[in-house]
Design a protein. Sequence first.
Length: 202
Amino acid sequence: MHIVCLDMEGVLVPEIWIAFAEASGIPELKRTTRDEPDYNKLMNWRLGILREHHLGLKEIQETIATIDPLPGAREFLDELRQLTQVIILSDTFTQFATPLIKKLGWPTLFCNSLEVAKDGTITGFKMRIENSKLSTVKALQSIGFDTIAAGDSYNDLAMIQASKAGFLFRTTEKIKADHPELPAFEEFDDFLAAIKKVLADA
């Protein structure tokens, strides 16, 4: 039995922090896990910038409300979910992701949570589990699933490499060059065809 594990940002929806960087006029916030492999380091750096500019959850959520899924993402997900089980594994946070998951038709999402003060200041973050994507893939495998995983960033590589089949989707040239063994796709139709082939060959 197969289960597909997909990253969310960059694969199904635009990068939230890049959108907020553009909306807030703070270009430093465009840095993502495509640039910084250490997620804790990246998030603490982001929170420092938010404090410096006196920005909180409300401002970020206002930007998120304007974000739509990538063109074709909803249709891709709808068709994929008719074929097999799908879980979105993301290092984002419930307070960010919920409006986007709604626009994607409420697929199952495993992510993290923010610690927010009463005034809306983001004071910290709580990761669901250490190495959450890899840990989740291994846990699914331990209960009888063959995992198919895909993502676009450094923090997706471990779950991709640990899976029966793994793909890169709309990743960077550097990650593609560093991992030529991983099939890389740019279009949802090609990506879906590759997943269908894995399912058919099972």
